[in-house]
Design a protein around this ligand. Structure first.
Ligand code: AMP
Ligand code: MG
Length: 480
């Protein structure tokens, strides 16, 4: 049997200036690393049982019937600096599949070779970032965070030159779409109002069918991003490159590069090697989202006939982000702390905990997970000075008692909000090092450990551990 993809390629039907038709560049020797059959089933993609055939498809060497490969064009602000011309420089959209339930998904090969938008790059990817994106995007999905997904990873049998010579690889990404804030910026910067209108209509039809016009789209994206960033913050996740070209209109997390989950909590945490000034530090993420959404608002303004009224309306919409983010963030914190109701003092109580955690090097994931157990006092073990948590524990118990819920309900609520296991940096690094040496077993074990992150599982207890002495990852790097 050959692979069957239920393609219906709506982006390819947009005006020609939205993209360049571009087949993936075949690779030397495709080798299957991983295929996500659960996701393939959900998408209505039928794959054969032959790993060699699957590898050829996800390497771009064999195009499935109905694919119309293209590279999308976009622009963007990178670290605040304007780049008028970006685009899929190392990725090719094979097309869109319409799943049995009617949902539409992009299927993109990342690392598929050079395109007109490659600028200086080789258009390829290597195994490290491919595995990182595979692991982190699937873990995010398992934790209930809107995200692009991992359908497959293959090696290419070619070597790419980065810091050294690395094994080439290709990642197959599934996304609600790859429309970015930067896609709107691209056409707005060219004063191409016709294209901007077509893009706006396309994005509304695809993601927010109830939204009315550019104002409705902007409002919907602001809401989706407010919820998304609150989810990130609740897991100690740092995206690392929140450039406007890496912010999806759909509200999914996209472009996992130098992303990371914090071990010890600190609001200023930055991992990315290229984020010299901490622009994309953990606690800056909501502010950066506002900045990016202001760029989207500015781009959409060209579609509003009454400019002054548009400026007033869009400014108010962008300014409304912080209230919407706070509402989402406070809801996340209430779930993490086991509150079924909302009290005015809850955010202050949560902030007090976070401050004590920061002062005591407390592990973010382990502290909240310990608070979710039958003996929350075990969270004290995460603190350099365990007594630093005691006054807070008293306040928290008093707040919980006011709800008169039984302890089992508190445990159930908090365990569903506080994962036991996250893809810790040192584990991801170990997986990559082993894989480069030809051993995929650590990758497979880590994927299994993260499949159900909210369940206690003694078999994977070691994956709850913070990095040991010498295992700390200080810096993470881009996929390029
Ligand atoms: P990213 O870091 O993935 O957000 O990419 C930023 C820009 O650089 C986009 O236009 C990419 O297409 C381009 N780019 C990144 N890596 C490569 C590469 N290896 N080859 C060609 N273009 C690349
Ligand atoms: Mg990008």
């Amino acid at each position: 049997m050959t692979a069957q993809f239920p393609f219906d390629n709506s982006y390819a039907r947009l005006p020609a200036r939205f993209f360049t038709r571009q087949p993936p560049v075949p690779v030397e020797a495709p080798g299957l690393v991983a295929v996500n059959r659960t996701l393939a089933d959900r998408l209505g993609i039928a794959l054969s049982d032959d790993p060699a055939e699957i590898a050829r498809i996800f390497a771009g060497n064999a195009l499935p019937e109905g694919a119309e490969p293209l590279a999308q064009v976009y622009a963007g602000h990178q670290f605040g600096g304007w780049s008028p011309q970006l685009g899929d420089g190392r990725a090719v959209l094979l097309g869109e599949v319409v799943a049995p339930d009617g949902a539409r998904f992009d299927i993109q090969l990342k690392g598929a070779g050079q395109t007109p938008y490659s600028r200086m790059g080789d258009g390829r990817a290597w195994l490290g970032p491919v595995l990182r994106e595979y692991i982190v995007s699937e873990a995010m999905a398992a934790m209930g965070v809107p995200t692009t997904r991992a359908l497959a990873a293959v090696t290419t049998g070619e070597i790419v030159r980065r810091d050294g010579f690395m094994p080439g690889a290709i990642f197959t990404r599934v996304a609600a779409s790859h429309i970015r804030v930067g896609t709107f910026q691209f056409f707005a910067a060219r004063r191409d109002t016709e294209a901007l209108q077509a893009l706006c209509d396309h994005a509304i039809a695809r993601h927010y069918p109830d939204a009315e016009g550019p104002a409705g789209l902007l409002d919907a994206v602001i809401g989706a991003q407010a919820r998304l960033i609150a989810d990130w913050m609740g897991l100690g996740f740092i995206h690392g490159v929140m450039n406007t070209d890496n912010m999806a209109i759909s509200g999914e997390t996209i472009d996992y590069g130098p992303c990371a989950f914090m071990d010890a909590y600190h609001p200023d945490t930055v991992f990315s090697s290229i984020d010299q000034f901490g622009r994309y530090a953990y606690a800056n993420q909501p502010q950066i989202a506002v900045w990016n959404l202001a760029q989207l608002a500015t781009s959409l303004l060209a579609l509003i006939p009454d400019r002054d009224a548009g400026v007033a309306e869009f400014t108010a919409a962008v300014n409304g982000f912080s209230e919407r983010f706070d509402a989402a963030w406070h809801a996340v914190l209430r779930r993490k702390l086991g509150f079924a109701t909302a009290e005015d003092d809850d955010p202050a109580l949560a902030l007090d905990l976070l401050t004590r955690m920061a002062e005591n090097g407390a592990d973010f994931t382990r502290t909240f997970r310990a608070l979710s157990g039958p003996d929350p006092r075990r969270a004290r073990d995460e603190f350099i000075d365990p007594t630093a948590l005691d006054p807070w524990l008293d306040r928290w118990h008093a707040r919980l008692a006011a709800e008169a819920k039984d302890d089992a309900a508190r445990i159930a609520l908090t365990r569903a909000a506080n994962p036991a296991r996250i893809p810790r940096n040192h584990r991801v690094e170990q997986v990559i090092q082993a894989a480069v040496a030809g051993d995929l077993a650590p990758f497979e074990t880590l994927m299994a450990a993260l499949a159900d992150p909210f369940a206690d599982d003694p078999a994977y207890a070691a994956y709850e551990d913070p990095p040991a002495e010498g295992e700390h990852v200080i810096r993470t790097f881009c996929g390029t």
